[in-house]
Design a binder for this molecule. Structure first.
Ligand code: 5RP
Length: 216
């Protein structure tokens, strides 16, 4: 295992320890979450209910014996755990490198505690492009024109909800202002900017050990 994978695994293992029997748990998406699932499975919790943010996560979970339910059967989650692409000092996060940010944000918002796991390379001084977007296909050229600079992500299949994944390539001077602008844009289903208020804790694995940042 590479040093980077070992750090991802360390963050994932630390978060897996927060999972308790009887919880309803949201499972994120990505290569860090891929380390989380075996770390949860090995705990052998008998009364764990899970929802997944992507087909890939649902399939890996099922292969490990973790039962995943459709999210239409669950109203609230006790805990959701997910990776991140960028983590700013003030707790703003960029997600959506895997194009799953819409479902990931819905799951995070439904959780009493949203915990982010990452290796140290995800920590940045300031957020920057690309900012992932999920766009409705209807009126796509007009939406893209209003979002300039923005491009559809090459080779990316539609989301499980039938929408297109794009990346905003403009400046990210103030994440809150940009998030509000993108949220208000017709044709934008959602963006990958996650505000600090959504996150309870960020677990970052460094070569010196695990760093925990509590946001609330
Ligand atoms: C997927 C995501 C991922 O959580 C994010 O891209 C981090 O992925 P990885 O753990 O592979 O670096 O937001 O949409």
């Amino acid at each position: 295992m590479s040093d980077m994978e070992a750090l991802k695994r360390a963050a994932a293992v630390a978060a897996a320890e927060e999972v308790r029997d009887g919880m309803v748990l949201g499972l994120g998406t990505g290569s860090t979450v891929a380390h989380l699932l075996p770390a949860i499975a090995v705990r052998g919790l008998r009364d764990l209910r899970c929802v997944a943010t992507s087909v890939a996560t649902a399939e890996q979970a099922a292969s490990l014996g973790i039962v995943v339910e459709p999210f239409d059967a669950v109203e609230r989650l006790d805990l959701a755990i997910d990776g991140a692409d960028q983590i700013a000092p003030d707790g703003w996060i960029v997600k959506g490198g895997g194009g799953a940010h819409v479902r990931e944000k819905i799951v995070a918002a439904a959780a009493d505690r949203f915990v982010v796991i990452a290796d140290k390379t995800k920590v940045v001084d300031k957020l920057s492009a690309p900012i992932p977007l999920e766009l409705l296909e209807y009126g796509l050229p007009a939406t893209l024109a209003r979002l300039t600079p923005c491009d559809l992500r090459p080779g990316m299949p539609p989301s499980p909800d039938g929408n297109l994944i794009a990346d905003y390539a403009g400046p990210v001077d103030d994440p809150a202002t940009l998030a509000a602008l993108l949220s208000a844009m017709p044709g934008v289903v959602d963006h990958g900017l996650f505000p600090p208020a959504l996150t309870a804790e960020i677990i970052i694995a460094t070569t010196a050990g695990i760093e925990r940042r509590a946001l609330r």
